[in-house]
Design a protein around this ligand. Structure first.
Ligand code: SAM
Length: 244
């Protein structure tokens, strides 16, 4: 059974208005990108969460359906104005199917890495492709593992260090695993959270796409279509459904 790491405690804090991921500057380029790919068609978000992207996308006139494992995250989405326009199915996005076909399916904010085995990530590509119309696109936004900055023999890379927040990734380079550890002080109380991920290289994602009958159409370093280079820390990739 797939473990839900987005329970009530995480969901209650997810939509932090001070977090940069909640700001229009982070959200608008994603919505622009997905709305353009959707054309007049529908969009399927894998890991829809609290609707950070799905709601503004729906308000842009795109029909949106989402899949998510977390009842707590989806309850947050469904309490927001406009959520009645969005269909949601509770389940694992590697295997859950929904009615209809879509112009675009998308999986943002490193969420492919929540699937912690290669088999599950391959299944996710197959599931995304099965929901696409011919010529439809699957979009992923995911970080690149920080291995170039990990000294030989070491396993820890900090990603946030402030007086009230500390976060670090713990790498397991044998199994492409990483655990993201988060420590935060809020109202004088310490909260600790750790989530396991499987990091995955662009070339491996391309092979997963190929196995699912899709080919790479675009790869950028961000949603504004800036070039993907050796210095990129993440990528936004688009695969098109081409095969049977
Ligand atoms: C980092 S949040 C992203 C939420 C939203 N897409 C956003 O950009 O804000 C990841 C979401 O994916 C969901 N999730 C993680 N693994 C999943 C799985 N295997 N199947 C379905 N949902 C999953 C979590 O419950 C959570 O809501």
């Amino acid at each position: 059974m797939t473990t839900d790491y987005f329970g009530e405690d995480v969901a209650a804090r997810y939509d932090d208005p001070d977090d940069e991921m909640s700001q229009a500057a982070a959200i608008d380029p994603v919505v622009d990108f997905i709305a353009e790919l959707a054309g007049g068609g529908a969009a399927l978000e894998l890991g829809i969460g609290t609707g950070r992207i799905a709601l503004p996308l729906s308000q842009r006139g795109v029909r949106v359906h989402g899949i998510d494992l977390s009842e707590a995250m989806v309850a947050r989405l469904q309490a927001k104005p406009g959520a009645e326009e969005i269909g949601v199915t509770i389940g694992d996005f590697a295997s859950t199917t929904v009615e209809g076909s879509f112009s675009v399916s998308f999986l943002v904010f490193n969420t492919i890495m929540n699937l912690t085995t290669q088999d599950a990530q391959v299944a996710c590509f197959r599931n995304a492709a099965a929901h696409l119309e011919p010529g439809g696109c699957f979009v992923i936004e995911v970080m690149l593992p920080d291995l170039q900055r990990l000294p030989a023999g070491e396993t820890i890379r900090p990603f946030t260090v402030t007086p009230t927040r500390f976060g670090f990734d713990e790498y397991d380079i044998v199994r492409q695993g990483l655990i993201s550890h988060h420590y935060a002080v809020t109202d004088g109380a310490l909260r600790i959270n750790a989530i396991p991920f499987r990091y995955v290289w662009p070339a491996e994602l391309d092979l997963m796409a190929q196995l699912a009958g899709m080919t790479l159409r675009e790869r950028w370093s961000n949603w504004k279509r800036e070039p993907f280079t050796a210095g990129s820390t993440k990528h936004v990739s688009v695969w098109e459904k081409t095969g049977a």
